[in-house]
Design a binder for this molecule. Structure first.
Ligand code: C2E
Ligand code: MG
Ligand code: MG
Ligand code: MG
Length: 279
């Protein structure tokens, strides 16, 4: 009896697994099609220099306009893309689209800004990654200094030696590098010193409860002072309130990004914001 129940349970379990594998294959196929059929697009979120009020950069954030399911955020398909290797072609597309858009803004006469692109671990670890970045720049005609790549701490820490080497090659190209979601990983001070990066992005989780949460306030101050000690600029992400800005400004933070300033928006809407000299 017990054996029978065990066997039945096992069959249900196996069927469930097969089901899931099948679903995943379907979703993967769907994502491949989305890329081919132009359902992926980028939105841009402005970043402001606190000292000057100038929008000096934008972060490119990928979205999927699904024909039936509507707008899908990166959290719901980037992990699948990473698992299946689709992140390679998707990452290339993102990089090219962001470079092309930034070049187009410049050609329309707007003051030049930096476009910042998120990079996945698997993408970063591909042998010819640096060449692909160079190709995206060459193809778009964008100067390297107007492109920044955002690497997360966990990406770098997977293989520090390799990452530092790749970062140096990217630095030679002339692109900027930033560490995204800073504070959520485990980079030691010793390793941080070796990274040729220009900016740290304080993770939103330390920003959202500012200024009331004493721990977060202490962490934010520590990250800002750490960045400045290493002669890096520091940006706070996820800034939603006036009070957060006041705190960050007082704490010496250089730059902010967040809904308070603007949500991520389409290229055309962003263009209108860039026309305003100072916010
Ligand atoms: P991230 O790079 O840390 O991006 C910041 C996320 O915070 C974005 O979410 C942005 O829309 C959101 N955000 C910005 N300001 C605020 C705010 O004031 N409040 C709140 N609540 N959220 C804010 P999004 O667009 O859903 O992207 C999530 C993550 O997906 C990104 O985190 C990044 O890790 C990844 N991602 C996005 N685009 C790409 C891409 O093109 N390639 C890769 N590999 N990953 C991407
Ligand atoms: Mg980012
Ligand atoms: Mg981030
Ligand atoms: Mg994040």
């Amino acid at each position: 009896r017990a054996k029978e129940i065990g066997r039945d349970a096992m069959q249900v379990f196996t069927a469930e697994l097969a089901n899931r594998a099948h679903e995943k294959l379907e979703r993967q196929e769907e994502l491949r099609r989305a890329l081919a059929q132009g359902e992926l697009f980028l939105q841009y979120q402005p970043q402001m220099d606190l000292a000057t009020g100038r929008i000096f950069a934008v972060e490119a954030l990928i979205r999927w306009r699904h024909p039936e399911r509507g707008l899908i955020g990166p959290g719901d398909f980037i992990p699948l893309a990473e698992e299946t290797g689709l992140i390679g072609p998707i990452g290339d597309w993102t990089l090219r689209a962001a470079c092309r858009q930034n070049k187009a803004w410049q050609e329309s006469g707007l003051p030049p800004i930096v476009v910042s692109v998120n990079v996945s671990a698997r993408q970063f670890q591909e042998k010819d990654w640096v060449e692909r970045v160079a190709a995206a720049l060459a193809e778009s005609g964008l100067e390297a200094r107007y492109l920044e790549l955002e690497l997360t701490e966990s990406l770098i820490m997977q293989d520090v030696q390799q990452a530092v080497e790749t970062m140096h090659r990217l630095e030679k190209l002339g692109v900027h590098l930033a560490i995204d979601d800073f504070g959520t990983g485990y980079s030691s001070l010793a390793s941080l010193k070796r990274f040729p990066v220009g900016r740290l992005k304080i993770d939103r989780s330390f920003v959202q409860d500012l200024p009331d949460d004493g721990d977060d306030a202490a962490i934010a101050r520590a990250v800002i002072s750490l960045a400045h000690t290493l002669q890096l600029r520091v940006i706070a992400e996820g800034v939603e309130t006036r009070e957060q800005i006041d705190f960050l400004r007082e704490a010496g933070c250089d730059e902010i990004q967040g809904y308070y300033l603007s949500r991520p928006i389409d290229a055309r809407a962003l263009q209108a914001i860039l026309c305003i000299p100072n916010l």
